[in-house]
Design a protein around this ligand. Structure first.
Ligand code: COA
Length: 163
């Protein structure tokens, strides 16, 4: 059991968040996406997990348009420090982030990710299925946070994901 806490990311965390993502993903793509999401105003929520040694995890949520309306959210990228993975940091960040988004009035969150990991938190491919998106299949999932959530529509992702 490791000790960590979570908080909103601050502007001065930017370089540490990039370094964490580069280490977790083994490349620069995700840190570029995160920086561009934030620069373009597409970030909805950016949370970090921290311990006495510094940043231990990070999760990003961003705006997705549904039929042109700003009513959808996306999860990602997310990462845990390689030496601390599989100790609950990622799970805690997902659960905390979903609660925060619900409090902010968000009703649906999409993710493209590991098909065995995200269902633990309520994400389902069936929920994402009726939406027209750049991707589809078992790795594309969604979770409804409120009864009035859109059930279908065309998704527009931030330009950050277009490379
Ligand atoms: C994915 C990631 C964020 C999960 O964070 P974490 O703190 O290690 O995860 P947790 O400790 O909360 O959860 C661990 C569980 O997730 C599972 N898991 C971790 N990585 C996984 C993967 N790539 N595929 C499937 N399951 C995975 C573990 O097997 C473990 O399962 P268990 O609880 O049944 O034993 C982290 O492993 C990471 O940074 N990976 C590299 C970057 C990445 O792939 N990000 C996600 C992109 S979709």
């Amino acid at each position: 059991m490791i000790h960590f806490w979570t908080r909103l990311a601050k502007p001065e965390d930017r370089d540490s968040i990039s370094a964490l993502n580069d280490a977790a993903f083994g490349g620069l793509d995700e840190s570029r996406i995160i920086r561009q999401l934030q620069a373009d105003g597409d970030s909805l929520l950016s949370l970090v997990a921290e311990n006495d040694a510094g940043l231990a995890g990070h999760i990003e949520f961003f705006r997705i348009l549904i039929d042109g309306q700003p009513v959808g959210a996306g999860l990602g990228p997310m990462s845990a420090k390689p030496c601390l993975q599989k100790s609950g940091i990622g799970s805690y960040l997902i659960r905390t982030g979903l609660e925060e988004l619900e409090d902010l009035g968000e009703t649906i969150v999409f993710v493209l990710g590991h098909g065995t990991y995200y269902p633990k938190f309520g994400f389902e491919a069936e929920t994402a299925g009726p939406f027209k998106a750049p991707w589809s299949g078992p790795h594309f999932m969604a979770i409804r946070l409120a009864p009035g959530a859109p059930a279908s529509g065309a998704l527009t992702y931030p330009s950050s994901f277009s490379g």
